[in-house]
Design a protein. Structure first.
Length: 134
């Protein structure tokens, strides 16, 4: 029906605390799956690596999708894209969203293994330390 995949995650995009929970509405899951939302989001992160707004919104969307699409997100490179975003920013608010997104996504075992193999722990630690300096 031409619905935007962004509409599928809109109800969760303003959530103050992203968690790995289902998207709540079956129709949202169906639209996200049909429109390829996980792939589109990861592609946006990789296409616009220096656009803080794209990185921020993508991380919120991934956190919202992680309950239903964690394995797919992991398989298409979401963890690596998130870690690259973490490496590229010094902005505290963006880093905090990225870290929460990574935490939400890595509740799935495969994603946690990908995160570990890409040295996520020191990157997250650095992100936390940068926030404490403010």
């Amino acid at each position: 029906n031409g619905a935007s995949p962004c509409l599928a995650v809109a109800p969760l995009s303003t959530s103050p605390c992203p968690r790995r929970v289902p998207m709540c509405y079956a129709e949202n899951r169906a639209v996200a799956e049909r429109e390829g939302a996980p792939q589109l989001i990861v592609e946006a992160m990789n296409t616009f690596p220096d656009d803080a707004n794209v990185q921020l919104k993508s991380c919120w969307a991934i956190a919202g999708l992680s309950g239903d699409f964690a394995d797919e997100l992991c398989n298409i490179g979401a963890v690596v894209a998130i870690l690259h975003a973490l490496d590229r920013t010094e902005d505290y608010s963006l880093r905090s969203v990225i870290i929460r997104c990574l935490s939400s996504l890595c509740q799935a075992g495969a994603c946690a293994r990908v995160a570990r193999s890409n040295d996520a722990q020191p990157k997250v630690q650095r992100g936390s330390e940068l926030g404490s300096e403010a």
